[in-house]
Structure formats: structure tokens, C-alpha cells
Design a binder for this molecule. Structure first.
Ligand code: ADP
Ligand code: GN1
Ligand code: MG
Length: 367
């Protein structure tokens, strides 16, 4: 945001926040929005908030996006209160703008403010099977919560978000346009995608035929979208609710596995460190299925292991598309960042393809 305290101060004054802004720093490792930690002095007491500049080139209808988030967080809040929990810690809390809206538009950009969840940590790499198992339970419980949420009140914030066939067509269009000129240097990665076209329709077709149910899902279930208590290391809150929309729990399961069953970073350059961990997979399956007992269908279970391959493939294909487009979607911090990310995903896909039978056996064990 040009990052001056002065500009931030003007923005903060448009939210229902008491006190004066002391500092603003970049925060977190999200690829989509610009996230800042605010420190406000309120009568001698320091209070933190999360300020986000919403990525308006992706989220075209910010009003609808924020209505979704308000709806889901208020619903979660009531459930947490019923269970005797602390709603300001266990879900996001939107701080309204002074005009009562859930966001502020300064004529150029859209901003929102959340209560800062204190003494919490977001992991960029899975630190242990215990932590990963706890994230699985948190996402499983979140899926249960969303089962009771009125789906008809939600707007689809990014249409076709996990329609892998659509993603494949977008990839082919990017390849044709080759806006960055980079397509000529990534032939192996391009072939990797093209030779797996038959994966793309496997889940969307089953959703279309009714074999796999459409549910309200999170759609962006990577480990750093869960906050953990710094002391107990237990998952406390599922965050990043921009993509809560109708989808399949296979998307949520697969995306968590994609990110978390890898002992290295999503953008690790040394691919010898990137390996699919069966131990972490088992920890996730165990946690997720324990939370979803009685609600997951046979068709969902049959496709659970494959969904991990598909979501990893889809994400790698999206990184490659963005690399070829010239890095217009995901935030990057270095040259070829999206290509590095793509390569880790394809390494994981190759590993999983070899171990699909073992993965299915683990799903069976906990079904
Ligand atoms: P993006 O859409 O860019 O991924 P997120 O909403 O996931 O943005 O936020 C980025 C990071 O900021 C999260 O991974 C987490 O570390 C941190 N974060 C977001 N909201 C909060 C919050 N309310 N309290 C504490 N940390 C937060
Ligand atoms: C983005 O917003 P963030 O960083 O939690 C992306 C996900 C990708 C992920 C890959 C809205 O997630 O779909 O899987 O990066 N979110 C959006 O790390 O596109
Ligand atoms: Mg995020």
C-alpha cells in the first residue's frame, strides 16, 4: 500500500477501532491478499489487528465476498459459544468499517480488518504428525459446521475454482498465448500436464452426475490457513475464508494433503527434499475421517486418495499457468518462483501415483 504509516492511519480511521495507529508491518505468507499486522495504542494499551488489502483482481465482487465471510463467521461464532468456546479465538471476527460495512473502499482498493488471534502460529511446513492430525480434525469439524450452513446464501466468489477441466483449458490457452515467452523453457512440465488430461474430469464428472455430493466447502485448506495455539500446538481456528463456496470435500481433503504431506516447503528448489510422506498422509486421514464419521459417503471415500493426486496436479498446473502468463496471479518473491512451486507439486504427484494403492489401503483402514 505504498506502506506509509500515514496512509495506513487514514485507512484505520475508517474502521470501528479505538485508539491511534502505532505501527504497521507485513504479516503472514499468503499468496493472494496483502496482509498487515496493526498495532494500535488505546489509552496506553497496545492492541493488534489484522488488516488486509483484498485482492480485487481475483475477487471481483468484494461486497458479496464479505457477506459470505460475515455469514460464515457469525454462524461459526454461535456454534462456538454453544460449545463453551472463545469465538474471538476460534474463528475470524470482522471489525466493521465506520459506515457499518464489512470493508472499506478508499476509491482505489478494498480493505478489511479482523480481530488478531493472539498467541497463535501458522505453519509454512508441517512440523509433526500431531500438528497435521490436529489440522485434519479442525478442517473436518469445519466441514461439519458448513454442512449445517445455508448454502443458498453464499455467492460463488471465484467460479469454477476447482473445476480441474476448466483449469486444464485455461492452461492450454495460456500455453497458446505464451505471454511471457517462457513456455519454450518448460517443456518437461508442459508434457507432464498434457499427459494427464484424463485426470481432469474424474471428480467434476462425478459431481455433475450426482455420484459425489456438492457441499459447502472451504476450498483452500492448506496448513497455513489454520492457526495453532503456541503453547498446546492444537489447531484453534480455520481462517482464510475467501473461497468458502459450494464444492466437494474431496477438494478440501486433497488440498490439505497436497500441502501438508511434504516435509519440505511448497517452493523448495531442491527436489530431493520433496517427498510424499505416507506417515503424514495417515495422520491426516485418521484425523479427517474421525471428524467426518457418519457424514462422508462411499463415493467420497472411494475417491479420497485420488483427490490428493488431483488437487496437487491442479495446483501445480495453476503455478505453471501463472509462470507462463508472467506471474499475474500468485504473489512471487523471486524469479521463477511459480516454476519452483510447480515442480514441487509435480514431484509429489509422481510420488503419489506410485503409492496410490497404499494410500487407498490407509483410507480403508480408517473408514
Ligand atoms: P491469503 O488469502 O493471502 O492467504 P490469509 O487470510 O490466509 O491471506 O492470511 C495470511 C496469513 O496471515 C495467515 O496464514 C496467517 O498467518 C495470518 N492471519 C490471517 N488472519 C489472521 C488473524 N485473524 N489472526 C492472526 N493471524 C492471521
Ligand atoms: C493460494 O491464499 P492462499 O495463499 O492461502 C490459493 C490456493 C492455492 C494456494 C497454493 C484464492 O492460497 O488456491 O492452492 O495459494 N488461493 C486462491 O499455495 O487462489
Ligand atoms: Mg491463506
Amino acid at each position: 500500500m505504498g506502506n506509509t504509516l500515514l496512509k495506513a492511519d487514514k485507512i484505520v480511521k475508517n474502521f470501528a477501532i479505538d485508539g491511534s495507529l502505532k505501527s504497521i508491518v507485513n504479516y503472514g505468507e499468503g499468496h493472494i491478499n496483502e496482509t498487515y499486522l496493526l498495532t494500535v495504542d488505546n489509552l496506553g494499551q497496545e492492541v493488534n489487528y489484522i488488516l488486509q488489502k483484498i485482492n480485487n483482481s481475483l475477487f471481483k465482487d468484494v461486497d458479496a465476498l464479505m457477506q459470505n465471510i460475515k455469514g460464515v463467521t457469525e454462524f461459526a461464532r454461535q456454534e462456538i459459544i454453544k460449545q463453551g468456546g472463545d469465538p474471538e479465538r476460534e474463528t475470524l471476527t470482522v471489525i466493521p468499517a465506520v459506515d457499518g460495512k464489512a470493508y472499506y473502499f478508499d476509491g482505489e482498493d478494498y480493505y478489511r480488518v479482523y480481530v488478531f488471534i493472539k498467541d497463535a502460529i501458522a505453519y509454512q511446513i508441517t512440523p509433526s504428525t500431531e500438528v497435521f492430525n490436529s489440522s485434519a480434525q479442525a478442517f473436518g469439524n469445519f466441514a461439519r459446521l458448513l454442512e449445517r450452513y445455508p448454502a443458498e446464501t453464499l455467492t460463488e466468489t471465484i467460479p469454477n475454482f476447482h473445476n480441474t477441466r476448466n483449469r486444464f483449458n485455461n492452461f492450454k490457452n495460456s500455453l497458446k498465448a505464451n505471454l511471457s515467452g517462457r513456455a519454450d523453457f518448460v517443456k518437461d512440465e508442459i508434457d507432464f500436464v498434457l499427459s494427464r488430461e484424463d485426470y481432469c474430469g474424474r471428480i467434476v464428472d462425478k459431481i455433475a452426475s450426482g455420484e459425489i455430493p456438492l457441499k459447502v466447502t472451504h476450498n483452500d485448506t492448506k496448513l497455513n490457513n489454520v492457526l495453532f495455539d503456541k503453547t498446546s500446538n492444537k489447531a484453534i481456528a480455520v481462517i482464510d475464508l475467501d473461497t468458502v463456496m459450494p464444492g466437494s470435500i474431496l477438494y478440501d481433503f486433497g488440498d490439505s494433503v497436497r500441502f501438508g504431506c511434504n516435509p519440505a516447503a511448497e517452493d523448495e528448489k531442491d527436489l530431493s527434499k520433496v517427498v510424499f510422506s505416507m506417515e503424514l498422509f495417515e495422520a491426516y486421514v485418521k484425523g479427517y475421517l474421525s471428524s467426518l464419521k457418519g457424514s462422508i459417503t462411499g463415493a467420497e471415500l472411494d475417491n479420497l486418495a485420488f483427490s490428493a493426486i488431483l488437487m496437487t496436479f491442479e495446483c501445480g498446473m495453476r503455478f505453471l499457468t501463472d509462470h507462463i502468463d508472467g506471474d499475474t496471479y500468485f504473489k512471487i518473491k523471486r524469479e521463477n518462483h511459480n516454476l519452483d512451486r510447480c515442480r514441487t507439486q509435480f514431484k509429489l504427484v509422481s510420488d503419489m501415483e506410485k503409492r496410490l494403492d497404499e494410500m487407498n489401503a490407509i483410507v480403508k483402514k480408517y473408514s
